[in-house]
Design a binder for this molecule. Structure first.
Ligand code: IPT
Length: 915
């Protein structure tokens, strides 16, 4: 076994150009994926295979401390938290990993990934304070060894280790240094990186001095998060990644590939803001202008803030992010663009080592050109874009291009916002590509010939020049392509329309099949190893062995598809398929599409009332007395006791308070103050009478985070409700929308309390009790379950004692309070089909919200009137071929009539069976 491990072990190094594995340069093209936002390990493979199929050769992974740690000393890496399984998967798929265990990660996760229990630990987080040091060392001692055993240097996938996250405010170099010291002590021997906030104007960059990392990188979000204005570009700048260290590659640690929906425009708008046109202009500019060879596109797949995972200020349940792969794991136009760029950058080796070079003159000041060249091969990469990147104008230019093979004058066209990278002087398989005004998608050698796919804007002319010693045979198999030969140059002129095919057999060279297509045609190609496939919804892999190519593909409709391979036989998803060979020498096969599916209506609801805590006679004697007088929070209460929920170990979801006092009869109002985090509410009952609700406090703005009076609520006491000398009880339900991040590393935000922070019932002394989550849920984790009566009693779980509940409908009008509904849904979706299921809420009447539980898992919160109406129910949690328990807790602030709820299919593809 040891010998095996050694055979698998690789050397990881780097220089100013790129990472180097076993002496071979690597351009790292990775996308960010948050396993904690997809609580279904079976689907991790789906997403990672889709990333790989788009040409990503890496994945950037945050590891979320709080997600694994319900309490000090307690760490869980099982089930949906099994990151060892995740890393094995990346290994199996051949995706490099940049491991980013924080300790702080931000990522719009509750507390920025800091565990909620840290709120009661004195000592500033993200500093070298001894109390915090003890805490984060505990995390690193747990996570680092898992990461370490999956390093490339031990035959695994982890190629780099990122220390901290955008550590730019209130920095403490000793802490930064210690994270790395711990990592090394735990066996991390790959390069250590850092993602510097925003652009290199933020300091420190951790490029030198105490705490410096080996490969400092930059995070770039040039479009900002203003999704309401998707056509406004470059709000946050040029987006060109800067070189921070003379001896390390340029690293675009997080490059914007979507956006959080800060202003509630909807993720489709975020996808538009960061869509294919932006990707072309910014990603290509960044490649050529910066010479970066390490990329982490944030996000490749966003996922879901299930179970209270979200940080409340910036996000809601969906973390779709407008990413190339949607929350429902569907492929988008952005995915197509990622594929066009990803296949290119991972196919053309000379890109891994380039220096700025003289660009061809464009002859048109509106068309900007810029170039890099590989000093060893001479290969040139020319960026062609509008001088003004935001213009929508069409422009043309005649490039005068000095290439290693001669000077060419070639016309280029830009339609609207566009950018191209053109290649010259490239040994492409057995061919010599002198220059082209088409873009290169990829090229391969299979079945004794070279195949290259080039593409361009639909309708626009293209020219490709290849070098041959003598005139080669040129056969135009389809499309209209004009060939001429002079002075060793084979020049092909064509318009990008559909897919043209040209077969060139040069004397003394392997034949070349040149495929010249539109952008859309280019996106129709899949590459796996040396094999190209064209025409299916997705190709996960195509492996050739013993003359057979085994294609694992997804199909969204009946399809005829082509396989460019050396094999003469094919299987599709494990079954032999009939093929014929076409004129292009490809195998052609037909495949059927998915069967249509129907999802059942949600019927036979049963319901129960869920706020007995509001009743005066409710027995709260087993609750925790809320009587503490001190707190580690930098925010102190005006008067004791400290009522903050976290102080009593209730970190997530709702908490109930009951305050007992003896009335004077003169009380006219109750003054409360609660902090919920943005979007939360709290509700108040006095002696069982509903007094109303108020918006909970939140972190206001970054510069003034300490708010003395964050969530005030004054509630009138109805006359006659209280009588002198009689006991009275105030019941308060406070939601916790999640913990703030610690972006500024000053504790003030993430240690902002949750729950009641102040309470006054005239001058009455009040004795308080508090109750939140009762028992931690090992399977679903610390964030899944809050402290509603139903949650404390397992009503959200399958097998809950709902026999006594009454038949009802969740759309009946209801009074203020908490109302539970449950139903069973039997699904019978075809085994070989992937049908992402969502739960849709129709808008209802009234101020209310609803927690969604599927088989016990909290999959989100619908807020009536809010932006999100569709909730992803991931397979693995939802059983597509079995019985499911769907339970909804409706929390009403006023008399409401909730809207209908229905399941719907967000897609339907035929897919390969389990691997
Ligand atoms: C950058 C963070 O590093 C990342 O964790 C995430 O929060 C991302 O932003 C936004 O989704 S911070 C950068 C925008 C300043």
């Amino acid at each position: 076994a040891q010998a095996d491990a050694q055979a698998d072990a690789h050397d990881v190094g780097y220089d100013r150009h790129s990472l180097i594995v076993d002496g071979k340069r690597v351009l790292l093209w990775s996308g960010e994926f948050h396993y904690f936002r997809l609580p279904s390990p079976e689907l991790w493979r789906d997403v990672l295979e889709k990333m790989k199929a788009a040409g990503f050769n890496g994945v950037s992974l945050y590891f979320n401390w709080g997600y694994h740690s319900p309490a000090p000393g307690s760490y869980d890496f099982t089930g949906v938290r099994d990151v060892d399984r995740l890393l094995r998967l990346t290994e199996e798929l051949g995706l490099y990993v940049v491991a980013r265990p924080g300790p702080y990660i931000n990522a719009e996760t509750t507390g920025g990934g800091l565990p909620a229990w840290l709120k009661t630990v004195p000592g500033r987080a993200r500093s070298s304070d001894p109390e915090y040091t003890r805490a984060y060392r505990e995390w690193l001692a747990n996570i680092d060894p898992i990461i370490a055993r999956h390093q490339v240097t031990r035959g695994g996938s982890v190629i780099a280790y990122n220390a901290e996250n955008e550590y730019a405010a209130n920095t403490d170099a000793a802490y930064m240094e210690d994270i790395q010291r711990q990592a090394r002590a735990h066996g991390i021997d790959v390069p250590i990186t850092h993602n510097q906030c925003c652009d290199a104007s933020w300091t420190p960059t951790w490029a030198s001095g105490q705490g410096a990392v080996q490969i400092p990188g930059v995070d770039d979000y040039p479009q900002s998060f203003e999704c309401r204005e998707p056509a406004v570009w470059g709000t946050w700048g040029e987006g060109v990644t800067e070189r921070l260290s003379p001896g390390a590659p340029v690293y675009a640690a997080e490059y914007q590939a979507g956006a959080i929906d800060l202003f509630r425009a909807g993720y489709d708008k975020c996808a538009e803001l960061t869509g294919p046109r932006f990707m072309k202009v910014y990603y290509k500019s960044n490649l050529i202008t910066s010479g970066a060879t390490m990329f982490g596109y944030y996000m490749a797949f966003g996922g879901t803030n299930w179970g209270r995972l979200g940080q409340p200020n910036d996000v809601y349940t969906s973390y779709d992010y407008g990413a190339p792969i949607t929350e429902n794991r569907r492929l988008t136009a952005k995915y197509d663009e990622f594929k066009r760029q990803g296949l290119f950058v991972t196919s053309v080796a000379p890109l891994t080592r380039t220096e700025p070079a003289t660009a061809p003159a464009s002859g048109n000041p509106s068309v900007h050109t810029e170039a890099r060249a590989n000093p060893d091969t001479g290969t040139q990469f020319v960026l062609v874009r509008h001088a003004d990147r935001t213009t929508d104008r069409d422009e043309s230019a005649d490039l005068t291009w000095d290439t290693p093979d001669g000077t060419y004058r070639l016309p280029v066209h830009l339609k609207g916002r566009d950018a191209k990278i053109l290649v010259a002087g490239y040994d492409m398989g057995g061919q010599r590509l002198a220059a082209t005004t088409s873009e290169l998608l990829t090229h391969t050698t299979t079945g004794g010939r070279d195949i290259a796919v080039l593409y361009g804007t639909e309708g626009v002319a293209g020219t490709t020049v290849l070098r041959y010693g003598t005139r080669p045979d040129v056969k135009v198999l389809s499309g209209s392509v004009k060939a001429s030969f002079a002075g060793g140059d084979l020049r092909l002129d064509y318009a990008h329309e559909g897919l043209a095919r040209v077969e060139i057999s040069g004397v003394g060279r392997r034949p070349l099949l040149l495929l010249l297509g539109t952008e859309k045609e280019a996106a129709g190609f899949w590459r796996s190893g040396d094999t190209l496939v064209r025409g299916t919804y997705l190709v996960r892999s195509a492996r050739v062995s013993g003359g057979t190519v085994a294609v694992r593909a997804d199909l969204d409709r009946p399809t005829e598809f082509e396989i460019f391979t050396s094999a003469r036989r094919a299987t599709l998803n494990g079954r032999s398929i009939r093929t014929r060979t076409n004129r292009s020498g490809a195998l052609v096969a037909r495949a059927k599409g998915p069967r249509p599916v129907r999802l059942p209506a949600l019927k036979h609801w049963r319901g129960a009332e869920g706020a007995p805590e509001a009743r005066p006679g409710f027995d709260d004697s087993s609750w925790t007395a809320a009587d503490r007088t001190t707190t580690a929070s930098p925010i102190k209460p005006k008067k004791p006791p400290v009522l903050y929920a976290d102080e009593y170990g209730f970190h997530h979801g709702h908490v109930w308070y009951r305050g007992h006092f003896t009335a004077t009869g003169d009380e006219s109002s109750v003054k409360l103050n609660a902090i919920t985090g943005k979007g939360g509410v709290y509700q108040v009952w006095l002696n069982g009478r509903y007094l109303g609700s108020a918006a909970g406090g939140e972190q206001k703005d970054a510069d003034a985070p300490v708010n003395e009076n964050p969530g005030p609520g004054t509630f009138d006491v109805p006359p006659g409700l209280l009588a002198e000398g009689e006991g009275a009880v105030l019941s308060v339900l406070v939601e916790n929308m999640g913990h703030n991040d610690d972006w500024t590393a000053d504790d003030v935000r993430h240690k902002q309390p949750r729950g009641l922070v102040g309470a006054e019932v005239t001058d009455n002394p009040v004795t308080w009790r508090i109750q939140g989550t009762r028992a931690p849920d090992r399977l679903r984790g610390p964030l899944n379950t809050g402290g509603l009566h139903g949650e404390r009693n397992g009503w959200h779980l399958p097998g809950a004692p709902t026999g006594e509940w009454t038949a009802t409908s969740p759309t009946r009008p209801v009074a203020p309070g908490v109302h539970w509904y449950t139903t069973q849904v039997r699904l019978a979706l075809p085994r070989a089909q992937d049908v992402p299921v969502t739960l849709r809420f129709d808008r209802g009447e009234g101020r209310y919200r609803a927690l969604v539980f599927v088989n016990g898992w909290n999959l989100g919160e619908y807020v009536n009137g809010g932006i999100q109406r569709d909730f992803t129910l991931p397979g693995g949690i939802l059983d597509p071929r079995g019985r499911n328990t769907l339970t909804i807790a409706v929390i009403t602030e006023e008399r409401s009539k909730p809207g209908g709820i229905a399941l719907s299919a967000a897609g339907n593809v035929l897919r390969p069976g389990p691997h």
